[in-house]
Design a protein around this ligand. Sequence first.
Ligand code: 6PG
Length: 470
Amino acid sequence: SKARIGLVGLGVMGANLALNIAEKGFTVAVHNRTAARIHEFIADAGPLAERLIPAETPAALAAALGSPRAIIIMVKAGAPVDETIAALKPHLDPGDIIIDAGNANYEDSERRARELAAEGFRFIGLGVSGGAEGARHGPSLMAGGDASAYAEIEDILTAIAARFAGKPCVALLGPGGAGHFVKTVHNGIEYAEMQLIAEIYGLLAQVEKRRAWDIARLFEQWNEGPLRSYLIEITAKVLHALDPVSGAPMVDVILDRAGQKGTGRWTVIEALKLGQSPLMIEAAVAARAWSSEKDRREMGAELLPAPRHEPAPPILDADLERALIAGRVIDHAQGFALMAAASEAHGWNIDLARVAEIWRAGCIIRSEMLDDIAASIREGLPGGLLIFAPYFVEMLEEAVPGLRRVAAGMILRGQPAPALGAAIAFWDSMRQARGTAALIQAQRDYFGAHGFARIDAEGEGHHGPWAEGS
Ligand code: 6PG
């Protein structure tokens, strides 16, 4: 009998996704470029092997599937996806469905949706979050693409997705690249949240010289309160772990250079194209880039003077928790504002409350707070901004002063706080009905006669009384 769905790419994510699908009762035809891996995978699958059909070639994969075919591609993002599609296409029929489940750039998904549609095929760009564990036992799934295709595989996606209060964390969010765009922003928010946590850790470990296990206990404690989330939880676990080689805390023997595969950077690039600036995500991307400039920082440690000892009030642990709370809300506020702008610009009509709902379980940024975020978005965000929602205005009344004290205290102590600083800068900017851009406008007019709007008159083309400009 025919398999219900196909899957190409048996790396960790693809293999786990295939096992998840098989476990939910669907037969999966699996293909991998190196055929040996297919048999090794099935041999290791235990009782699930009976629902896995090996397909050594694209032709065999196509032959193993019922009509219309649905094939998940889980290979490295970029050219390998196009190569895989090209290898499959000769064996497919009109109406067949290709699902790219990698971390694709949304523009690639838009292009693939277009190109495949022109040839009669259907495409879904599927954002998958939750890492290897999520793929195996319940990821958050952000779909974009053809609605009829989605309807045909919805039962599978619903069966394999994570659940929050019984509700599956999967949705069709819009056409073409909408799902991958949302996944990209998810990762951007993830970057900023991780950076926030790292900055707080930096203060505790590097300024206060507290030991990893002691810091771990704080994170454990925070995970029992309003900060409860996957990233806070794993931070505690990571900080508890000891290096089997040296016996030292694991984190102390890891080189301080952060990797990145691109999604955080893409979030910033796409944001800037839309005239948006999710400053916390920008700061997180910057911090990863600076972290990788290890040689330069070693030079800087020699060349640049340490801060003079400034009188600085002590920083309370309770304020660290408040800073993390405020930082998380502002991070999400910026991420959701970006998705709203993109949805508007592309005509995607993304249901942002739904996005928050399917992030409540399965994904890396899952947190209790996302349930409140979803509720606030459903009620309608004043000015389209999460920090204006009554629920969060109230929460931030106490949290933001903590953020302010922590960010200021870290600057006074010479401890880098790019994401915390970005958070408070955004907050204070949004609080100012009148900012300082009048001076920028005056300067622009002075050196380039660019013109400005006046507070007391119509039009944009007013000029100042400066000699050069007039
Ligand atoms: C997820 C993760 C996942 C992956 C990222 C990490 O949602 O499951 O975000 O997609 O871990 O690729 O990205 P970097 O390698 O850029 O940190």
